[in-house]
Write a protein that binds this ligand. Structure first.
Ligand code: KIV
Ligand code: ZN
Length: 522
């Protein structure tokens, strides 16, 4: 397959994805995800927005230092200070890229109050500046799909002349539709002098549920870089999902003859990791990586599947790294079996980690007859989210509930190593428990989201609980799993609180830049 048919995969989970409120990841989590992306064959990793905070800068620099095959890219607004800071972070990579952007649509031009000529000049100056630092420069006209096409052609030409090597065409607000998405890229390539010397990229948001379709249509129109995120993570309705475009190109190579360099068998594992570290659960019916994507419940489907899997499956679970076996483990299963099952699920544990998980596995197996793959994944998530953030821990919880309100919770928390006990009442057992946490550890954080999912079927199923909290503009998500929903709720609440505390301690004066990045893009 000739190079012109190769589509580069640009992953922005760590930048656009992480920008999603509540999806903030820790430094170590970002390094881990970057390594997984690199190993999976992602061509370009957008590792962050270095001017946004010290934390972002450090993460991008470290990812750049550790990178193997991927190009490491950082985002910067259209000013010299941002671009310099971005370069300082990405320059450690063997393959650095500076990505600089400015909003070009009428609405976005009004924000920095630049007229068309002034903006054109700003684009020329900033792209030239970036190109003097780095020979790999990506330029984006933010809100391109709502920019006048003539003006878009004009500014794209300026960026190319100033040295941009990739022109990204963002559908910032998820407004375009497939035919228009293809047409826009086709027009730019036809009309802009020098277009054949650069790569055109597509960057779609999913506000109308068309991000995947729009990205694939852009490829038909001539784009050869797709910008996307794992699980479609991203602000509002999210970005194009990496796993969807990659598998669509693979499965429908007959009508879309383009290749990517992605090792698809790593998709499932990275999807789980991103879901865990971002705290954003993957919806059950999500294409490719959803829990039900390969499940066949109805009799007719099951019958067909048994005769020939292709009857109802257009791809094999193994293609995305999903193993067929949902081996049942139980209280008699040993350490070796646990290690091997976890390895199959993508968790390669050191001996001491295995010991910790084994204790928790035994406790779960005592309460639950069969421990399934999904139970083990939930157990691992629980283990990991507790590891890094543990100033406050749930030591004991007993709730009294029934038809008569109010319900009450008797709770002991360990706070900085010291036990504290209280009893609180509330409207239901979860409310009573949260009130008890608040009584023991008073705080101003506001609960933004409380979500419960059953991990498997049956009345002894584990529940995974996600809790999102906000305090002074900082958002943190906590997760936990337990066969007891109220215990999982208490632990998830405490986990979110611990994460907020870490964030509060680490917060720096620049931390809010990220929140204003779009408004301040000029
Ligand atoms: O959606 C968007 O326009 C962006 C740009 C910063 C590329 O994320
Ligand atoms: Zn975006």
């Amino acid at each position: 397959m000739a190079d012109k048919d190769h589509v580069l995969i640009f992953d922005t989970t760590l930048r656009d994805g992480e920008q999603s409120p509540g999806a903030t990841m820790s430094h170590d989590e970002k390094l881990e995800i970057a390594e997984l992306l690199d190993d999976m064959g992602v061509d370009i990793i957008e590792a962050g927005f270095p001017i946004a905070s010290e934390g972002d800068f450090d993460a991008v620099s470290e990812i750049a230092k550790r990178s193997k095959a991927s190009v490491i890219c950082g985002l910067s607004r259209a000013n010299y200070k941002d671009i310099d800071r971005c370069w300082e972070a990405v320059k450690h990579s063997a393959r650095p890229r500076i990505h600089t952007f400015i909003g070009t649509s009428p609405l976005h031009r009004a924000i920095p109050n630049l007229d068309m000529d002034q903006m054109a000049e700003r684009i020329h100056d900033t792209v030239t500046h970036a190109r003097n630092l780095c020979d790999n420069v990506q330029w984006s006209p933010m809100d391109a799909t709502r920019t006048e096409w003539d003006y878009l052609c004009r500014v794209v030409e300026i960026a190319i002349k100033a040295g941009a090597t990739t022109i990204n065409v963002p559908d910032t607000v998820g407004y375009t539709a497939p035919r228009e998405s293809a047409e826009l890229i086709r027009k730019l390539i036809e009309r802009v002098p020098g277009a054949d010397a650069v790569i055109f990229a597509t960057h779609c948001h999913n506000d109308l549920g068309m991000a995947t379709a729009n990205a694939l249509a852009a490829v038909e129109g001539g784009a050869r870089q797709i910008e996307c995120t794992i699980n479609g993570l991203g602000e509002r309705a999210g970005n194009t999902a990496l796993e969807e475009v990659v598998m669509a190109l693979r499965v429908r190579g007959d009508i879309m003859p383009y290749k990517t360099g992605i090792e698809t068998t790593k998709l499932m594992h990275i999807s789980r990791r991103v879901s865990t570290v971002s705290g954003f659960a993957v919806q059950f019916n999500k294409a490719i990586v959803g829990k039900n994507a390969f499940a066949h419940e109805s009799g007719i489907h099951q019958d067909g599947m048994l005769k020939n899997a292709e009857t109802f499956e257009i791809m094999r679970p193994e293609d995305i790294g999903l193993s067929e076996t949902n081996i049942v483990m139980g209280k008699h299963s040993g350490r070796a079996a646990l290690r091997s099952k976890l390895k199959e699920l993508g968790f390669d544990l050191a001996d001491n980690q295995l010991n910790d998980v084994f204790v928790r596995f035994k406790a779960l197996a005592d309460r639950k007859k069969e421990v399934l793959a999904d139970d083990l994944i939930a157990l691992m998530r629980d283990q990991e989210s507790g590891e890094e953030y543990d100033r406050i821990q749930v030591k004991f919880l007993r709730v009294i509930c029934g038809t008569e309100a109010p319900q009450s919770a008797d709770l002991t928390l360990s706070i900085d190593g010291k036990d504290h006990q209280t009893t609180a009442q509330g409207d239901g057992p979860v409310d009573a428990t949260f009130n008890a946490v608040k009584a023991l550890f008073p705080h101003e954080a506001v609960l933004q989201l409380y979500e419960v999912h059953a991990v498997t079927e049956g009345t002894d199923a584990q529940a995974t609980v996600s809790v999102r909290m906000e305090e002074a503009g900082r958002i943190a998500t906590g997760q936990s799993a337990d066969t007891d929903t109220v215990v999982a709720s208490a632990k998830a609440y405490v986990n979110a609180l611990n994460r907020l505390l870490v964030r509060r301690e680490k917060s720096d004066p620049d931390a809010d830049v990220k929140q204003v990045s779009y408004k301040d893009a000029g």
